[in-house]
Design a protein around this ligand. Structure first.
Ligand code: SF4
Ligand code: SF4
Ligand code: SF4
Length: 383
């Protein structure tokens, strides 16, 4: 099923976070504002709108910081959706979390989540280097490292899930330092009981200007994509023999056919509600008030006084038009309908345009497509 078919309403819960990841894609953006958590009346109005206007009943919790830092709000939104008179009983739930949460949160997740993607970078020395605990939270976790808390939570959830409909998987950011450790990671995740993993090559943080205009950012970033493809393929084959799904963000559409890359191009079927009261089309655009070059993804707004949602129809239409069959550089690409013009969020952040191109990513996608071709539907789609 192409990623475009992943339909859900996402709640960008809070700007608070308990980690200090080295590559955090929005740390500067979060630091620049006072902490914000999604208003409950917006979340509830979003559910009412989504349930009245679409047949989908999948809800998802995500950043901009760590969603479980707004745990009470997660509980309330979840209860509201599941008790909704319009097919609330059909609701399924997903979260992307850093997995560094307390036992109280963990117990609730066990009984209330169906899909848990742990942002998890692998073996403890890598996890603690890339994703260290914010020192302010040392006491909350009894002096443990982020790896210790996360590992413990993952093992506990997997060992206690019984016959619940719950999948605990890993979403891994691969950096230059870990490209050649992918096989080792397969063994590590396998030993924890994880069977579904999506890897993402490290990407640029979102700032106030596109990366193409930001010489400092370009100079400070390095990722060897050829090396990633080589080691990814090796780990993919190795994982397959162990029945572990080792996915790549570059292959998320290899299991289906679509001119679109992802849900972002049909935001009314997959809205994301931001803590500052906007509707975003994309996981990379987590706040709406000052979206700068990423403003094409802010497709609507919550009117705090009238308590109503408004859609910016011109922006929705512009995203709808963004498909591989319309983009000049994609038209004759052999991977066209299994790529869909690549991730818009990254494309706009890198080039400043909806129809921009990242030739490094294109080369990697084509290489992977040539080697792997199409595949059976993925059991769990990329978050
Ligand atoms: S857990 Fe997420 S939001 Fe928090 S620092 Fe890491 S990447 Fe940033
Ligand atoms: S980050 Fe990329 S894949 Fe994710 S929603 Fe945005 S455009 Fe789609
Ligand atoms: S690989 Fe590049 S050229 Fe091919 S469809 Fe994707 S974005 Fe377009």
């Amino acid at each position: 099923m192409p990623h475009f078919n992943k339909k859900m309403i996402s709640f960008f819960m809070t700007t608070k976070c308990n980690l200090c990841c080295r590559y955090c894609y929005n740390a500067d953006e979060r630091r620049a504002i006072t902490e914000q958590t999604i208003p409950l009346d917006l979340a509830k109005a979003g559910i009412d709108w989504y349930f009245a206007n679409t047949p989908y009943r999948h809800i998802r919790f995500y950043g901009p910081g760590e969603p479980t830092q707004a745990f009470e709000e997660i509980e309330e939104i979840s209860a509201y959706a599941k008790n909704h008179p319009d097919r609330g009983v059909d609701v399924t739930s997903e979260i992307q979390t850093n997995g560094v949460f307390t036992e109280n949160v963990r117990d609730w997740m066990l009984d209330n989540m169906n899909i848990m993607w742990m942002s998890f970078d692998g073996m403890p020395e890598i996890q603690n280097y890339n994703r260290p605990l914010n020192p302010l939270f040392k006491k909350v976790f009894g002096g443990k490292t982020s790896a210790e808390v996360l590992e413990n939570n993952v093992r506990w959830l997997i060992n206690n899930k019984g016959n619940r409909n719950l999948m605990v998987g890993a979403r891994v950011t691969i950096t230059d330092k870990t490209i050649d450790k992918q096989k080792e990671m397969v063994d590590y995740f396998y030993s924890l009981g994880i069977r579904h993993v999506w890897t993402n090559p490290e990407f640029y943080e979102v700032g106030r200007i596109p990366v193409c205009q930001d010489e400092i950012k370009k100079k400070g970033f390095h990722f060897d994509m050829d090396k990633y493809v080589k080691y990814y393929l090796e780990a993919y084959q190795y994982a397959k023999k162990r029945n572990l799904q080792w996915g790549s963000f570059l292959t998320i559409n290899f299991d289906g056919e679509s001119p679109y890359h992802c849900r972002c191009c049909d935001p009314k079927s997959a809205p994301h509600l931001t803590p500052d009261g906007y509707i975003s089309a994309c996981d990379m655009v987590v706040l709406g008030e000052e979206a700068y070059h990423m403003s094409p993804f802010i497709v609507g707004k919550w009117d705090f006084e009238k308590k109503e949602l408004f859609w910016y129809e011109d922006k929705v239409s512009a995203l709808n038009e963004r498909k591989a069959t319309n983009i000049a550089h994609c038209k004759s690409c052999p991977a066209k309908c299994h790529c869909g013009g690549y991730c818009l969020g990254e494309t706009v952040n890198t080039t400043g345009h909806l129809d921009g191109q990242d030739p490094v990513k294109c080369k990697a996608i084509r290489q992977l497509f040539e080697k792997l071709g199409t595949c059976e539907p993925y059991p769990y789609l990329h978050p």
